[in-house]
Each structure stands twice: as structure tokens, then as C-alpha cells.
Design a protein around this ligand. Sequence first.
Ligand code: NAD
Length: 490
Amino acid sequence: MREKRRKDADGLTPIATTKDWKMLYFQHGRPGLEESSPYKGLCKYCEIRDICSIVKPKTGIWRCEYYQAKVRRKTSLYENVIKLLDKAEEVVHFDENICDILAGTMNELVVHFPVRMDDGRVKMLTGYRVQHNNALGPFKGGLRFHPMVDIDEVRALATLMTWKTALVNIPFGGAKGGIQFDPADFSPEEIERITRRFTYALGNNIGPEYDIPAPDVNTNPQIMAWILDTYMSTMTPTERNRCIHVVTGKPLEAGGSQGRNKATGQGIVFLIEKWAQDQGFNLKSATYIVQGFGNVGSWAAQLMKQHGSKLVAVEDITGAIRKKEGIDPDDLTDYVKNHGGVRGYPKAESINHETFFSTRADIFIPAALENQITADTAEILNVRLVAEGANGPTEPEGDKVLQQRKIDVIPDILCNAGGVIVSYFEWLQNKRSEFWEIEEIDNKLKKIIISAYDRVRMAAEKYKVDMRTAAQIVAVSRLEMVYKERGIFP
Ligand code: NAD
């Protein structure tokens, strides 16, 4: 029954479609083509010759661009997310009608909008906002700027946001959005115009008491400030100052909160501390590897340093590096700011994707994109704990391997919830015209995220399931309770 109601994610990631081709984005160095594809090959920079063109975008980093091929994407993230709902339902036998509601999204908005480029041309772009559920409060979720953004991904990420806010007990629903483009190919002025025009296209589909965006991949406080300014400019003068909480993750001066920038990384590290405490494991002598060195990955790494743990390998979109004696996260953060990625970092050796995944360490923090821990990469991982900073980093097949290999997992909807928790604090401060000190933010964040961890641990013991299924059970139980109390209108 529910199967029919699910939206068909065709599994493709189109950048542009012509009669014979789907133009797909390929992240360099990543398996993306089916074995049988005639377009398999290697390029001289990323080892994918013949199928990609090489460009030097405005950031000055050489990388692969797009290739044309008729291939299917390996996994649909949305299907993975719904599979987990099904798994939790099998264990707890939730109300079937409520599960049917949660298996679909409430609203899906696709906007196509024109933006003038620096050279005078006009480019059409496509943006998305999916609102999954608002039973617990206003829709809440990040905005992603990435060429792989599509309706399947945004649906999945919006759904994960509903689970996350329900799990950590904050009064928000779940949403997500994004624009399908690569900001590395555009000037800052063009990105500002794209952001503003997208905000205008969203119109009243976002709002401070209705749907509140925040930063995600390739978006940051500056972009949130442009969204706020554009949104405010469309309001009447009397309403203008009442809508500062239409976005979170703003710069401090524009109404942001202390601690929001580091919040997701901070939440991850609070949970790793708790896991280590439960295991009687000393973080001082621990080693860790990080995939993705943007907001989440770099903050998690810098905060792990405070425990004396050693960062031994890092991978991002530009390449991977390793150093047994340890990489200084602060120094690497500065390097990445100046060079756009970890590639070429002079104080560590350059390694390939497989070597990164097989590097011996105690903890792995995936903080890049989804579907990175596949059955293959899970097989070569050489760690005790995976602390999921990214959303959906583990494919179901990869998850099975992690369980078989008895590698602990702190699942994404718990592990990266620090961001939305501090976004909630920012939203509250804006509404009350208050400014909280960093100590207050950190204490409140720790309390909320650790008590969610405890609830997940208890559910795992009660139902004899893994932490991921337990987190799903806790989240859906809360939503089920609310639907049962409120009933279904009319
Ligand atoms: P970001 O844009 O700041 O950083 C993304 C990082 O991932 C970059 O270092 C990039 O080089 C790397 N990356 C991209 N593709 C890669 C690939 N194929 N292989 C290796 N590295 C790759 O984004 P972010 O805000 O740090 O978000 C990272 C993840 O964390 C995403 O899954 C996001 O949804 C999730 N997340 C972010 C927040 C937040 O507050 N920003 C909150 C919760 C979850």
C-alpha cells in the first residue's frame, strides 16, 4: 500500500537532460558508474579519463567537471530513509496510518528562476524546498548548494530532519532545500544574486513561524544573511523587524547565536565523549579520521583536539591526506580556507580514497555527503566507532557490514543534531530579543543531546536493536504520540 504512495525517485541525478543523454555530475575519485558502463575510464587528475572534462573554476582548484552518460545512481537516499522507517515499524508495530503519513512529504516546491551572470548572460537555475512534516512545530532544515541536489535527495534530507527534531525533543518539524548548482563555478556576486532570487522565488513558503532554513553543504552565515535581508525586504515596514528568525545560522551581527558555527561539530564531540565514557575508553590516546573538512568536519576535528585525540587522515572533495604522527586540525583549517581543500597540504602525505578508508584509527567521523559508507568501504574501515556527522552517510548495505563487524555507530539523526539544537536556541533568542553566553549554549546543548543519546541507548536495550533503529524508534514514537493525541483533521 505505502509502496504505491512513495514518490518515484528515478535514481538519476540530472544536471541537464537532452534527447539521448542525462548529464550527470561525477564527484572525482568516487565510484559512480555501473560496472557495465561503456563510459568507464580514467582522467589524468582524478583517474576518470575519457568521461570527464577538466576545468579550473574560479577557486583555482583543478577538478573534474561533468560527464555525459546514461547511468543510474546507485542508491536513492529517500528509499534508504524510508527503509529505516519500515525497519522500526517492524520492531514496534507503530500505527499503520501514522506511518503512512510519515512515509510521505507534506509539501514539495520546485522553483525555476533566472539569474543574471557577471558577463550579462541570464542563467536558469532550479531550487527545491521540501517540507516533510510539521506536527511538532514549524518546518526546519538546511539549504544546500550542490550539483547533486535533486528532489530525491531533498525529500530524504527533509524526512531526516523530522526524525532528528523529534528525537532530540525540540519543537520543530522537518524540511530541507537547495539549489542544483556548483558554487565553485560562480563569483561571490553571482552566488549572492542566486541566493536572493531563490529566496524571492520561495516567497511565503518560508517564514519565521512557518519554515526556517539554515546552512548546509556549501552554504554559510553570509548566505543566511542574504536570505534574511531579501526576505525582510519583501515585508511591510512594521513586519520587518519581527522576522529576523526566518533563518538561523546567521552571522552574530545579523542576529546569529554564539556557538552556532561549531554547534554540529560540538554535538558530535559531546556524543563521542559520552560513548568513550560508557566504553571506559580514553580519548587522550585516541586516533580519528574525518571525511569532509567543511563546517562540520573541521569543527569536530578542532574540538577533538581539545581531548588530546590525534587526527591521522582527512578526505574532502579535493583529495585525501594522512599522517601517522597527527595532523593539526587548526593548521589544516587555515590551509583549507586559503586553498579550498586538503589537497596539497604540505605537512601530510597524499593518499587515495581506499587508503583513506582503510587507515587504522579509533573513530571515523564522516562529515561530507550521503552514501559514502557502502558495503565495500565498510569492509575496509579499520575503526571502533563511526560518529555520523553527515546526513545519510551510510548505505543500508554498508550498515549491515558495520553491524557484522561490530563497529559502533552513533547514527546521523542523533550525532549531527547539535546544529538544529543551537539553531533552536538562535530562534528563541531572536524571538525574545536575548543574547545567550557561549557557556549557557554549550551547557544546554550538552544536556539535550546527551539525554537523547540516553533515550536511544535505552530503546536499543529494550528492543534489542542497533543504535540506528533505536534512534528511529524514539523519533517515530514521539510523532506517533502527538498524532494520536491531536487526531487527524477533520
Ligand atoms: P560544507 O560544505 O561546509 O563541507 C562539506 C565538506 O564535504 C567539504 O569539505 C567538501 O570538500 C567535502 N566533500 C564533498 N563531497 C565529498 C566527497 N565526495 N568526498 C569527500 N569529501 C567530500 O558542509 P557541512 O555543513 O560541513 O555539511 C557536511 C555534512 O553534514 C552534510 O551531510 C550536511 O547535511 C551535514 N550536516 C550539516 C550541518 C550544519 O550545521 N552545517 C548540520 C547537520 C548535518
